[in-house]
Design a protein around this ligand. Structure first.
Ligand SMILES: [Zn+2]
Ligand SMILES: [Zn+2]
Length: 350
């Protein structure tokens, strides 16, 4: 690659936060924002929203208590940090994992069984493309679910994932970029490892003659779901009928995932589908409108104010916890822990 080409590449990556709304498949792709706010407007017009109806449309769509909130200002700054981190570090790293995991999986299966491709499909038809499209969505969503679940359940990782849950307001523009870089790395590495193993298995069974059905460069099913899904990070209450909520994760169900109310903690880890939550018993489908407050309990969200603190706070917390643990063991053992201490914690740490 020539110097000029390298410089252009670097410049394009620096401009990535500004390209994001025009990047197909991004969380803030203009079409998804347009469809999300369009749906919110329809709900308002037909009085189908349970929220404050005495606001005018503009106040309802862009409430100043959200868009002037300090949490939103932090999220705006983190938007830039996450975009740059993603293009300069995360995507190159994930590319290596993805390619290797897929090849290793299909080659390992071939070596174990002695069969190169089990049912090779040489002339794929529409039904085969559709099957791959559905499989890809399911495996991609399952990969995210596994990564997200682990980020909550391993106490060390939860300290890092808290950055995402520090959002006291949710907006479709910024909250999906509110991540500590290490947390995003862990979730995405797990996610793409699962996806790559899944696609390695698919290639081993059916060969690689098929492609997903795409629209605007995105998997067609993901595209359709994302027309609504970007409202997951918003103040718009959009819930599906109770039974659909067991299959698809509505915006309201992800908002519940962000709630400070203890009854909502560790519920709804899924992103597109809620099937996985249903299977393991972490599903919470609301039966009606629930007024929610977002963020971490006990004012802990404030510790994540600003890009530097989003990066550093988890390390401080892990350090403090390890100090407390070693102090306790020096004093005579973990069994004497104060039952009151940490009672409002979401997890037992260490
Ligand atoms: Zn979470
Ligand atoms: Zn979220």
């Amino acid at each position: 690659m020539g110097l000029e080409q390298t410089m252009t590449e670097i410049l394009m990556r620096i401009l990535s936060p500004f390209k994001e709304p025009f990047t197909q498949g991004s969380n803030v792709y203009w079409l998804y924002l347009f469809s999300g706010f369009g749906l919110a407007t329809l709900l308002y017009r037909f009085k189908l929203t349970n929220q404050d109806n005495h606001k005018n449309l503009l106040e309802y769509l862009f409430p100043k208590e959200i868009y002037l909130h300090s949490s939103f200002i932090t999220q705006c700054k983190q938007y830039f940090a996450t975009c740059w981190y993603t293009v300069f570090i995360l995507i190159p790293l994930i590319g290596v994992v993805q390619k290797n995991a897929q090849d290793i999986t299909s080659q390992a299966l071939t070596q174990i069984t002695g069969i190169t491709t089990v049912f090779e499909i040489k002339n794929p038809q529409l039904v085969h493309y559709l099957a791959l499209t559905i499989f890809t969505v399911l495996i991609a969503d399952f990969g995210f679910f596994v990564g997200h679940y682990i980020a909550h359940k391993i106490p060390f990782l939860w300290e890092f994932h808290k950055a995402h849950h520090s959002a006291e307001v949710l907006t479709p523009f910024t909250t999906s970029y509110l991540y500590n870089p290490f947390d995003l790395f862990v979730i995405q590495i797990i996610n793409f490892t699962v996806i790559s193993i899944g696609s390695g298995i698919w290639i081993y069974i059916f060969g690689n003659q098929m492609q997903e059905l795409l629209i605007f460069g995105d998997n067609i099913i993901i595209f359709i779901l994302f027309l609504v899904n970007n409202l997951q990070h918003s103040h718009f209450w959009v819930a599906y009928p109770y039974w659909i909520g067991h299959i698809l994760c509505s915006p309201a169900q992800h908002q519940i995932h962000h709630s400070v109310d203890p009854k909502h903690w560790d519920k709804n880890f899924g992103s597109l589908f809620s099937l996985w939550d249903w299977m393991i018993g972490s599903l919470y489908v609301p039966r009606g409108y629930e007024k929610l407050d977002f963020g971490l309990p006990d004012g802990e969200s404030k510790l994540f104010n600003g890009v530097t603190n989003i990066f550093l706070q988890p390390f401080r917390a892990v350090w403090q916890r390890s100090r407390q643990t070693s102090d306790r063991s020096e004093l005579g053992g973990e069994s004497h822990s104060d039952p009151e201490e940490g009672s409002t914690e979401r997890q037992a740490i260490f």
